[in-house]
Design a protein around this ligand. Structure first.
Ligand code: ADP
Ligand code: MG
Length: 357
């Protein structure tokens, strides 16, 4: 079997490499700026941990390989304009939107989308970066440099944010994990909970939307779909053609993680149905210094990415899976005092949203 090359050398590629080890599949992440020549074999496959990359000798070599999975999908989803067009074409509910053109001014956006409008850069935004709120009451103008570079979205008064991660193989077989409940603070994911029985009634709708997307794109691998829950229905917020932070809980909470699934799919291996074990919680580590007391807590599984700690930066995550809610709550209770602000509120959100034991 050939190697699986990953465009990008961040934590997602590293976790794919880790997940592929028991199967003895070699996963090789490649830094965009790698100076060493990338030499691919015919039977190798190429995937990416990110949807947009700079043109460099390394990325050009990888992207030119005939076995680059989903090659045409990346540019389509990396641009929020073409991503929104795709959702509309497939009749998948999403926040009403408009392209911000050369001459678009905020007044026309307010009349089309309401008195509070969210501008999102077409490309490159992540973790809430690349967004700008327009408020009619404050007569906010479209900032300089955003014309032709952004879409405008109606503000959705959602009840909560959920996501679904699914995988599709070359033959069109698919598997979907249960919906995950996510907490974002200032646009960045702080915690996930899965599975949750109360989200079960939305599972069919979520799977139907993602199934339609995966099939219509003839997609191979893992895709994540972030949604807003509005009452009893879902509205798609955004899509990620890759493994996703809100699927990290699957490392501890299922028999086949999203990382292993992605490798299986791109390598042409059978998918099977992952078994979901117990109750899982994932706590994202954002700009916090490593504290080894964390791994002294039963069930706490730390993934530390080895990056320099900076404010607002994702530097790791902790997965917790327990068969019993009381054991899970006890672990969370031990971790909580080990964290600085704003984590107490994150733990409170988790406690509030876990089922009552
Ligand atoms: P990113 O790529 O930064 O994750 P998102 O489009 O997911 O970008 O936006 C980040 C967060 O901003 C979302 O998780 C949600 O909390 C909030 N948000 C995004 N779009 C809207 C919207 N139309 N209405 C209200 N909140 C939104
Ligand atoms: Mg998002």
């Amino acid at each position: 079997m050939g190697k699986v090359w990953v465009l990008g050398a961040g934590q997602l590629g590293a976790m794919m490499r880790h997940a592929a080890m028991p199967l003895s599949i070699e996963v090789q992440p490649v830094d965009f700026n790698q100076s060493q020549e990338v030499v691919l074999a015919e039977e190798d496959v190429v995937t990416a941990e990110i949807e947009l990359w700079p043109e460099t000798p390394a990325t050009q070599t990888l992207a030119a390989h005939p076995n680059f999975a989903n090659k045409a999908v990346f540019p389509r989803l990396a641009d929020r304009y073409t991503q929104k067009q795709l959702l509309d074409e497939l009749n998948i509910a999403t926040a009403p939107w408009q392209l911000v053109c050369e001459k678009t001014e905020s007044e026309s956006l307010f009349s089309a989308l309401g008195d509070t409008v969210l501008l999102k850069r077409r490309t490159g935004g992540y973790d809430g970066r690349g967004q700008f709120w327009l408020k009619q009451a404050e007569a906010t103008a479209v900032p300089e440099g955003w014309h032709n570079e952004a879409i405008a979205e109606k503000k959705i008064p959602f009840d909560e944010e959920v996501s679904i991660v699914g995988v599709r193989d070359r033959e069109g077989n698919m598997f979907f994990y249960p919906l995950t409940l996510n907490l974002h603070v200032n646009g960045i994911l702080m915690a996930s909970i899965a599975p949750l029985e109360r989200l079960g009634k939305l599972q069919k709708e979520a799977e139907g939307m993602l199934r339609k997307l995966l099939s219509s794109l003839d997609y191979v691998g893992v895709m994540a779909m972030e949604c807003f829950r509005v009452g009893d229905h879902l509205m798609v917020n955004e899509l990620a053609p890759r493994v996703h932070n809100s699927g990290h809980w699957t490392q501890a909470g299922t028999s086949i993680s999203q990382f292993e699934y992605h490798v299986r799919a791109v390598a042409g291996l059978p998918l099977a149905n992952a078994v979901v074990k117990g109750q899982s919680v994932m706590i994202n580590l954002i700009g916090v210094a490593r504290d080894n007391r964390w791994i002294g807590v039963d069930a706490a599984e730390l993934y530390w990415y080895g990056k320099e700690v900076r404010e607002g930066r994702k530097v790791g995550h902790i997965n917790l899976t327990q068969p019993s809610l009381s054991a899970l709550n006890s672990a969370l209770g031990k971790l909580k005092p080990m964290f600085p602000e704003p984590y107490p509120q994150v733990f409170e959100w988790v406690e509030k949203n876990l089922p009552v034991s």
